[in-house]
Design a protein around this ligand. Structure first.
Ligand code: SAM
Length: 274
């Protein structure tokens, strides 16, 4: 591949900070990542930029559908790869669910624009047919997602599947060189969610307030009080008061949070093996 500094210079272009553009200077960190994908199915690439990942996947005979917000690079890639690539000039966050269904998208990869990493993760995991997500993210964010407790996004990720591999990538693999190192995380869906919408509400709510126990959170967090459905839990909250008063959301693992949720809602198991 051509070094991004050369591509940018030849087109008199700059990397846009506002779109989180730090382009891969080599494909070495990608080697082996393709083993997670089914060659029979397309791979959706988020933010292809100058096409380092796109080229790598196409050379491995994958059918790639790329979604790039920057018109300049969407146009560039169309010319570069011609018929071997479908490029869409869109904001990934605005793609409707129908898009994923129509294109039978089950596997996604992207060196993510750091300013919307969490939004992208939430959107991807919310698409029920997507079962593999290979994401390049900032190392610190990756480390938080690997935490067993204390981070609501990590628990959200865990509620849908597991991180099956992570690999560090030095910031020197990008141009312009970002301030921090990066990481590849491979996430696989392996859970079937019975009542995810309420569990998501629960997860978002329990991290409210510093050092608050779950009883305070459940009775005082205005967020819970605003969601009428959670009123159904009131009787169980009272009955579980002693237990809930000893627990803090930020200290609980996914399994522990899941147990509390199931006792609270009195519902059937939240998660079953996929
Ligand atoms: N994949 C390329 C690589 O690894 O060299 C570029 C990665 S760069 C970190 C992020 C890419 O995402 C940029 O090309 C940027 O223009 C694009 N991008 C930023 N926001 C986006 C959005 N909302 N939807 C789609 N692409 C976006």
């Amino acid at each position: 591949m051509i070094h991004p500094s050369k591509v940018l210079a030849s087109l008199d272009a700059r990397a846009l900070k506002s779109l989180g553009q730090n382009f891969l200077v080599s494909q070495s960190s990608l080697v082996g990542l393709e083993k997670y994908f089914d060659i029979q199915k397309p791979v959706l690439e988020i933010g292809p930029g100058l096409g380092a990942i796109t080229e790598y996947l196409i050379n491995k005979n994958f059918r790639v559908i790329a979604v790039e917000k920057d018109t300049k690079w969407a146009t560039y890639l169309k010319e570069l790869f011609k018929d071997s690539l479908s490029v869409m000039n869109n904001d990934f966050l605005e793609l409707p669910s129908a898009f994923f269904k129509d294109h039978k998208i089950t596997q996604i990869m992207g060196n993510l624009p750091f300013y919307i990493t969490s939004d992208i993760i939430v959107k991807v995991l919310g698409e029920p047919n997507v079962d593999i997500f290979v994401m390049g993210i900032q190392k610190e964010v990756g480390e938080r997602l690997l935490q067993e407790r204390g981070n609501s996004l990590a628990l959200f990720v865990k509620a849908h599947g597991d991180i099956v591999e992570h690999r560090a990538v030095s910031k020197n693999n990008f141009f312009p060189v970002p301030e921090v190192n990066a990481m590849w995380l491979i996430w696989k869906r392996n859970k079937k969610i019975e009542n995810m919408p309420m569990f998501e509400i629960f997860l978002r709510g329990v991290f409210w307030g510093k050092r608050k126990n779950l009883y305070s959170v459940l009775t005082k967090n205005p967020f819970f009080r605003d969601v009428g459905e959670t009123r159904k839990w009131d009787k169980n909250i009272m009955q579980m008061q002693a237990d809930l008063s000893r627990l803090r959301g930020d200290q609980l693992s996914f399994e522990e949070i899941k147990d509390v949720f199931m006792r609270l809602t009195g519902e059937k198991p939240l998660v079953e093996g996929a």
